[in-house]
Design a protein around this ligand. Structure first.
Ligand code: HEC
Length: 107
């Protein structure tokens, strides 16, 4: 019997359709990373990992409270106050984001 069982490797079925479902989160969630990229990185380059028009924020030696106040109240002539644009909670999120920055890791 010289049956040649010959498997050609025809794909059984096209890879399962893996369309990621769109996240249906309704309310716009505050995203500190995107906010930072859109608004702050004009002056704080590379998510604040590098100095630009504004100082580097990664590894900043100032306290969380200091950073919070700078974001909220700005510094006349240097940086705008963002207290009108963001809630205190959102500003705290931004401070957390700044604290999470690492030199060897894309935020
Ligand atoms: C127009 C440029 C500009 C933009 C936009 C800007 N900053 Fe700044 N930022 C500065 C400058 C300049 C300083 C330094 C101010 C000073 O002399 O204390 C600063 C300081 C800071 C500090 C304090 C750092 C330190 O060591 O004193 C924080 C925190 C900060 N910025 C966060 C932010 C965040 C968050 C945003 C976006 C919501 C933002 N900045 C947008 C220019 C900017």
């Amino acid at each position: 019997m010289a049956a040649l069982l010959f498997f050609t490797g025809i794909p059984v079925s096209p890879a399962a359709d893996e369309k990621a479902p769109a996240p249906a989160t309704g309310a716009q969630e505050f995203n500190s990373k995107n906010t930072f990229r859109n608004i702050c990185s004009f002056c704080h380059e590379d998510y604040g990992r590098k100095a630009g028009k504004g100082p580097q924020l990664m590894n900043n030696v100032n306290s969380d409270e200091y950073l919070f106040n700078r974001i909220k109240n700005g510094k006349p002539g240097r940086m705008a106050a963002f207290g009108g644009a963001f809630t205190d909670d959102q500003i705290r999120d931004m401070v957390k984001f700044i604290r999470s920055l690492r030199p060897d890791q894309e935020p």
